[in-house]
Unconditional design. Structure first.
Length: 530
């Protein structure tokens, strides 16, 4: 894939050599691995590869932390993961990547596909300024028109997965921030920094004031790129993403769309990789009762290249075949799996991250010239405290697991006894109704309703017990079952032992499915002893 892209870049460069002005508009600072796609009027758009890691299995992805603790609750650090759309070679190893626009979409690129405003100069079609004053819907329409033009005129230039060609769209918020931080082109310490640049920020980004933008939008691609070769990500104009705004990135209320980065009126100290704002789709003026689309002179966009996930029957088969190994290995430590893992797994993940930060702190204090023995002593005490907390939690989990196993089994056995009463009660109720013994039928119906209410309440308590068990470490739960088995053997309670086996099977299934099955639970306990 990279060879193909490089060849296309070379061909495009040679073609544009006869028109140096046009080449400068399309790609102000050409670089290795630029993917250049054509546009109408002999134009083009350049994309940069963003690798997410090595490995070409269908579920290869990269875990990272979005947000910044200095950004307040709107940017509260959150673990996410990101995957790629295409497979290519990097440093001799195969890996997944996606493509993101090297620069913000310019006026010349925008008006190559969209209608010029009434009375506007044709010079806009040669402009290197980013397009601004357009709405989310207009950016989506631009992407749509560009896709249709590419498929009809240059589909062979698009990266492909199987026989499915790529398409352009707005980047997601996760894709944007991963690229803004430098992706895997920087080390983990630099990735976590406020900005991924050494030295003066004015060398890389446009911000407010006389030392940078002079409070005016600037042409794209004039400053130095970020570590991935991408220009103007944190400044010049803020950029629309395809993600709906949620305060916690991917949970909670969904609002308008999310715009990322600062712009030419943003103060230097405010520029950061995590900067995000909610943008409403429409602006309503209640005093005038008028509405208009949200289109700001400080907001533009860049595009990303992506592809469908299920590109062929073979791709679907490969995903299905790789799922179990992925979810039990790499996937087990990623946010989606951790979110439904036992609490101990979640806290262990946080503990591991805490030790990473401790190591960074050691290096920082050492570099700052702090006394080595004092630093080692204090951090050693902190590490010991974390280990103590882990030990105490594990002991508490074992005690909790035994208690919930006991409660679940007792509720299961109670269900069995109540369910066993219903067939006899149903018979008596039918007889009383057929023989016209109304008072007796009413009393039997009351008893029938009471038993059903007991069953429903017991099922609810039983469900709560299983939900508590799946939040605990599986080792602790297994120990809890073993401990209760010993208790039942000691007291020689055969029927409750059968109930315990049913509870254990329900726990195993619930751990895997993460969904309650009260109907099946009821059926299973009704057959206990048969």
């Amino acid at each position: 894939m990279q060879i193909k892209n490089l060849l296309w870049c070379l061909v495009a460069t040679l073609l544009w050599a006869a028109s140096p002005v046009l080449a400068e508009i399309v790609n102000p600072q050409p670089a290795a691995n630029d993917l250049v796609l054509p546009m109408p009027d002999d134009g083009g758009m350049v994309f940069r590869p963003v690798f997410v890691g090595t490995g070409n299995t269908p579920f290869t992805q990269k875990k990272f932390k979005m947000g910044d603790p200095n950004g307040g609750f709107r940017e509260f650090p959150t673990a996410v993961s990101i995957g790629g759309a295409f497979v290519a070679d990097r440093d001799g190893q195969s890996g997944w990547l996606y493509y993101i626009g090297k620069c913000e979409v310019t006026e010349s690129q925008y008006y190559a596909l969209m209608d010029l405003p009434e009375g506007a100069s044709q010079e806009l079609k040669g402009s290197k300024f980013p397009i601004t004053g357009v709405s989310f819907l207009q950016s989506s329409e631009f992407a749509h028109r560009y896709n249709m033009w590419l498929y009809q005129n240059a589909v062979e230039k698009l990266p492909k997965v199987d026989d499915s060609p790529a398409y352009v769209r707005l980047p997601t918020e996760v894709e944007w921030e991963f690229a803004a931080r430098g992706g895997i082109a920087v080390n983990s310490d630099d990735f976590d920094r406020k900005v991924p640049y050494p030295g003066s920020l004015a060398v890389y980004e446009w911000f407010s004031g006389p030392s940078s933008s002079h409070n005016k939008v600037q042409e794209v691609g004039l400053l130095q790129p970020n570590p991935l070769g991408i220009h103007d990500m944190l400044g010049n104009v803020s950029e629309m993403t395809s993600s709906l705004y949620q305060i916690e990135y991917y949970q909670g209320r969904s609002g308008g769309f999310t715009a990322r980065g600062g712009h030419f009126l943003t103060a230097e100290k405010e520029l950061r990789s995590s900067l995000r704002t909610e943008q409403p789709f429409y602006l309503y003026d209640p005093s005038k009762r008028t509405v208009q689309v949200n289109a700001k002179p400080t907001m533009g966009f860049r595009l990303a290249l992506s592809s469908p996930v299920y590109t062929s029957r073979q791709a679907a088969q490969e995903l299905a075949a790789a799922w179990e190994d992925y979810r039990s290995a790499q996937g087990a430590g990623l946010p989606a799996a951790i979110s439904v893992s036992p609490v101990s797994t979640q806290t262990d993940a946080q503990r591991e991250e805490a030790f990473v930060y401790l190591e960074r702190l050691k290096r920082a204090l050492s570099a700052a010239g702090q006394p080595a023995d004092t630093v080692a002593q204090e951090l050693g005490l902190l590490e010991a405290s974390l280990d103590d907390i882990r030990f105490i939690r594990k002991q508490a989990e074992q005690d909790s697991a035994y208690a919930w196993v006991k409660i679940a089994t007792e509720q299961g056995f109670f269900l069995y006894r109540e369910l066993r009463k219903l067939p006899t009660l149903d018979e008596l109720l039918n007889v009383a109704r057929k023989t016209g013994r109304t008072p007796m039928a009413e009393k039997l119906q009351e008893r029938h309703d009471e038993i059903n209410a007991n069953i429903e309440q017991s099922l609810s308590t039983y469900s709560d017990s299983l939900r508590q068990l799946i939040t605990l470490d599986t080792t602790a739960v297994d120990a809890g079952f073993d401990q209760y088995v010993q208790f039942l053997l000691q007291h020689k309670v055969a029927e409750q032992m059968q109930a315990l086996k049913i509870v254990q099977s329900h726990y195993t299934t619930f751990t895997k499915d993460q969904r309650a099955a009260p109907g099946k639970w009821r059926d299973d306990f009704s057959t206990l002893g048969k």
